[in-house]
Design a protein around this ligand. Structure first.
Ligand code: UD1
Ligand code: CA
Length: 454
């Protein structure tokens, strides 16, 4: 279809009580406007124009690198006036599709249906609301054709009882829209140029007005305050949960999962309660995610289990690994197949080889650890001297005893054993036992101090 999209985003958003412009308020951690822009991009439109007003620089900065036209609306004289600012970016043979920057949940399918109904004249997207308060009402003639949209503030009592309302989204051939916008008058209760008045203009010119119904109010809800933002967030999350369920993922509770990015999942994946996913997350077949895990930009391969309360960020987990409970994988942590990290283990910029284990209370930073290695409880790679970071290398099948400090740069050879409690500052040779301990002494007859009496 030969369409161009106009996104109205010049409104102030006073009711957010925030320094952030309304259209940058986050829904699933992405700005409202970004959701709408992404929807617009999926329509394969000729162009997308954002009509902006408030917080101009911050808004434009956020969308740097995306193919958008920008039209400034200053002052803001209504939705009709807003669309007028975008007209220089539209071509006369196109269908203009008007979206709202604060209506983020509308689906591409719905917008496509709307555009499809606007090949010969304007089409509006309506919805039936139990409580239509605040919306423009759809006036139909006895034959059921749409003849007018009346704003709440301009409506009489009878009109206010109408439940079919205007979502605000509209599509119209550009060659018809231009003259109708030019003819708009602001002779209404709000003294604004209403986009909705093009409906009456079409009827006056004998052009039929199409009407498409949205399936649910949630899809077309407009967001003006934090309460509506919270409702939209839940609606969005429900949609993400439904999508995962439809793909065969088992969710312990669809209402206790937050997806703030994209999740792809293989078969027989299980996700327990209160899990937060962000960025791009890939879960292989049979992956199990325990309760209260936070996972961002991570690939977790088939058969791996992430136990409760683990945090994974920018990391790779191989097949059949075990992580947590209470483990933290930081950026560039990589676990090869069958590796295990247990409670209170932190990994950063570290590769843990196949079948290697660090089961308790350990920090592994800037390290390359081979296969079949055992890292004892309480081991620390001392990777930082206060100014620079250094690397620790541990060969295959090495055994690091409990409570070892590896002062980098340092290398432990393959098959080496490092005795518990050692502080290792020089390379430990392959196949040998290396120890570093002060000699154990016993002072016989020594007594603990006692509390003085007054
Ligand atoms: C509008 C519709 C109403 C509909 C409702 C749905 C008109 C006259 N009314 O009313 O029929 O039921 O949306 O939510 O169109 N905007 C600008 N520049 C302006 C004014 C608005 O860019 O000068 C943008 C806003 O940022 C917002 C959208 O247009 O994204 C809607 O504006 P808003 O003031 O909320 O319109 P409503 O009065 O709610
Ligand atoms: Ca509104």
């Amino acid at each position: 279809m030969n369409i161009s999209v106009v996104i109205l985003a010049a409104g102030k958003g006073t009711r957010m009580h925030s320094r952030l412009p309304k259209v940058l308020q986050p829904l699933a951690s992405r700005p409202l406007l970004e959701h709408v822009v992404t929807t617009a991009e999926s329509l394969a439109a000729n162009s997308i124009c954002v009509v902006y007003g408030h917080g101009a620089e911050t808004v434009q900065e956020h969308f740097a690198g995306r193919d958008l036209n920008w039209a400034l609306q200053e002052p803001q004289l209504g939705t009709g006036h807003a669309v007028q600012q975008a007209m220089p970016h539209l071509k006369s043979d196109e269908i203009a599709v008007i979206l709202y920057g604060d209506v983020p949940l509308v689906r591409p399918e719905t917008v496509q249906r709307l555009a499809g109904a606007a090949t010969a004249g304007p089409a509006i997207l309506t919805v039936v609301e139990a409580d239509p308060t605040g919306y423009g009402r759809i006036i139909r003639n006895p034959e059921g054709a749409v003849v007018q949209i009346v704003e709440e503030k301009d409506a009489n009592d009878e009109q206010r009882r109408i439940n079919e309302v205007n979502t605000g989204l509209l599509a119209c051939p550009v060659h018809l829209l231009g003259p109708w916008l030019d003819a708009l008058k602001a002779d209404n209760a709000q003294g604004e140029y209403y986009l909705t008045d093009v409906v009456a203009s079409a009827v006056a010119d004998g052009v039929k007005v199409g009407a498409v119904r949205a399936d649910s109010g949630a899809e077309v809800m407009g967001i003006n305050d934090k309460a509506q933002l919270a409702v939209a967030e839940r609606a969005y999350q429900q949609r993400q949960a439904d999508r995962l369920l439809a793909a065969g993922v088992t969710l312990a509770d669809p209402a206790r999962l937050d997806v703030r990015g994209t999740v792809t999942a293989g078969s027989d994946v299980f996700v327990d309660v209160n899990v937060v996913f962000s960025g791009a997350v890939e879960l292989g077949d049979d992956v199990q995610i325990g309760p209260n895990c936070v996972i961002g930009n991570a690939k977790i391969a088939a058969g791996s289990v992430i136990h409760a309360n683990s945090v994974i960020e920018d990391a790779l987990v191989g097949r059949n690994c075990s992580v947590g409970p209470f483990a933290r994988l930081r950026p560039q942590a990589e676990m090869k197949d069958g590796a295990r990290v247990g409670n209170f283990v932190e990994m950063k910029k570290t590769t843990l080889g196949a079948g290697s284990k660090a089961n308790h209370l350990t920090y592994l930073g800037d390290a390359i650890i081979g296969d079949g290695v055992n890292i004892g409880c309480g081991t620390i790679t001392c990777n930082y001297d206060g100014a620079n970071k250094y690397q620790t290398i541990i060969g295959d099948n090495a055994f690091i005893g409990s409570g070892v400090e590896l002062v980098a740069p340092v290398e432990v050879g393959a098959g080496a054993t490092v005795g518990a409690g050692s502080t290792i500052g020089k390379d430990a040779p392959a196949g040998e036992l290396t120890l570093e301990r002060s000699r154990q002494r016993t002072i016989s007859g020594w007594q603990r101090p006692v509390k003085k009496k007054h």
